[in-house]
Write a protein that binds this ligand. Structure first.
Ligand SMILES: Cc1ncc(C[n+]2csc(CCOP(=O)(O)OP(=O)(O)O)c2C)c(N)n1
Length: 475
């Protein structure tokens, strides 16, 4: 009969208390199989079961310990300081790359001043072993495009980098895994940022649209006090941005644009983009509905859809705003399905002719599972629509929370979009008095809507200052 477990433990040398002793014996055996008692040598040979790769552990441990006690590798400064011109050139090249990848962390993205963001030290000259003494020295920029000169003084390179990446628009593309796509996005963004000039007509057009957007909100605010309207105040740039998207979409051959959006800003989009008659809207505020126009829907005014043909330089673009229920973000999947159906009907296999535009709230985008579900299917063959433009109207309030620490676990409200390599542009402020509406629409739409198939999708996220709910963000 076999021994009991207690007997087996009592008669074997292989117990936990002997582990150190047996390990030492095994080390000796590995160095010299004849250096240990033959009984142990036979035992260890049996253990190895014919394998020959095992080597003594002690020398490896010693090598690792020696490596740990070496001084750490110099990452930036000292090597650049001591290594002369080529080391400094290397440091400047790294600085340019780090600005491209991390510049958004230093961008001015919070017009409400609620967040305190320390400037990452990886953007400091000192981190790269550079100093003010190098500012007048010329370096190669390695630029692939005309945004930056091929060679420039460090102070000019730094000024360009700050303007491109850390002003009131931040861009993230480091997570995009396709190299060609990432470089293309980076180049496009750099060039778009550096093209600062707008024609007088463009400026007038943007001012006109901002005035219309603000005018409508003010009118509704004073005329229909206390009525729910989900104001666009502070996010007025949405109107010129959407207009730019439709106009440039038209130039690219887009024939239909299907928009999905929740409540915020919807009335303004209906009137100032789609051309819904203000008279009809005001009648709805007064509770008077034209039954002929209701078309079976008795829903509240900020759930209603609308469609019209908008003129562009290249012909009409049919723009439709989908009806949606109160259930936040659920319209996303409906819009993608509608777009896919329209593309199939037109034989638009590449998705060039019908463009989906999804407009979200910051809390809803971060919090609703349907966002992840829709993104997850967006690249699948049965659901692909050629890439969508996502715009997040970020008023830094999510119903009962205004502190991001209470609202989500990601840095930006839109981080979930990175799962499908969507590249992200974040605009810091949409206060109408500032230049941002122009920069926002140019940076976002002109350069990237142009070739949305190349980049998966894009997501624009920006903060606004107004909120129709009578609730203040917590300090
Ligand atoms: C699925 C779902 N959950 C909750 C609500 C209730 N609700 C309506 S608006 C809102 C907050 C949305 O915040 P945000 O997305 O930031 O948009 P905002 O209105 O602040 O612009 C919530 C929770 C809803 N309508 N649908």
């Amino acid at each position: 009969m076999s021994q009991s477990l207690a007997e087996a433990f009592a008669t074997t040398a292989l117990s936990g208390g002997n582990a150190g002793f047996i390990e030492d014996l095994y080390e000796q055996f590995l160095r010299d199989p004849n250096g240990v008692d033959p009984t142990w040598a036979a035992y260890f040979k049996r253990l190895q079961d014919g394998a020959t790769g095992e080597v003594a552990h002690t020398p490896i441990r010693e090598r690792l310990l020696a490596r740990l006690s070496r001084p750490p590798m110099q990452t930036g400064g000292p090597s650049a300081e001591s290594g002369g011109a080529s080391a400094k050139q290397g440091a400047v090249s790294r600085l340019i790359q780090v600005y491209a990848n991390r510049g958004h962390l230093a961008a001015n993205l919070d017009p409400l001043g609620l967040q305190v963001r320390a400037k990452p030290y990886v953007l400091d000259l000192e981190y790269f072993g550079l100093s003010d003494a190098d500012l007048d020295t010329e370096f190669f920029t390695g630029s692939r495009n005309q945004a930056m000169a091929e060679r420039a003084k460090l102070k000019d390179i730094l000024a360009d980098l700050k303007f491109i990446y850390t002003d009131t628009i931040g861009a993230e593309f480091a997570h995009v895994s396709d190299t060609d796509e990432r470089l293309w996005l980076q180049d496009g963004f750099q060039v778009a940022r550096m093209q600062r000039r707008f024609s007088v007509d463009e400026k007038k057009n943007i001012l006109w649209q901002l005035t219309a957007a603000e005018g409508l909100e003010r009118y509704l605010h004073t005329k229909y006090v206390g009525q729910k309207r989900f104001s666009l105040e502070g996010g007025d740039s949405l109107i010129p941005l959407l207009d730019d998207l439709v106009q440039h979409g038209g130039k690219m051959g887009v024939e239909e644009t299907i928009i999905g959006m929740a409540h915020r800003g919807r009335l303004n989009v209906l009137v100032n983009l789609l051309g819904k008659s203000p008279k009809d809207l005001f009648s709805e505020f007064e509770g008077q509905y034209d039954l002929a126009k209701l078309r079976g829907s008795g829903d509240v005014k900020y759930h209603k859809g609308f469609s019209s043909d908008l003129k562009t330089a290249s012909g009409n673009v049919h723009v439709a705003l989908a009806f949606n229920p109160s259930h936040l973000e659920v319209v996303n999947a409906v819009v993608e399905g509608s777009v896919r159906a329209r593309q199939e009907r037109r034989g638009d296999a590449l998705g060039d002719k019908v463009l989906p535009v999804q407009i979200h709230g910051d809390a809803a985008f971060a919090g609703q599972g349907v966002i992840m579900e829709t993104l997850q299917l967006s690249q699948a063959r049965g659901f692909y629509t050629g890439g969508s433009v996502h715009v997040i109207i970020n008023n830094q309030v999510g119903f009962t929370t205004s502190d991001p620490h209470d609202a989500r676990s990601t840095l930006y409200c839109s981080d979930v979009a990175k799962m499908v390599s969507i590249w992200c542009v974040t605009g810091g402020t949409a206060i109408t008095k500032r230049m941002n509406p122009r920069r926002l629409s140019r940076s976002c739409t002109r350069s990237f809507a142009r070739s949305r198939r190349r980049a998966n999708s894009m997501r624009i996220n920006w903060r606004l200052t107004g909120c129709s709910r009578r609730r203040r963000p917590r300090p």
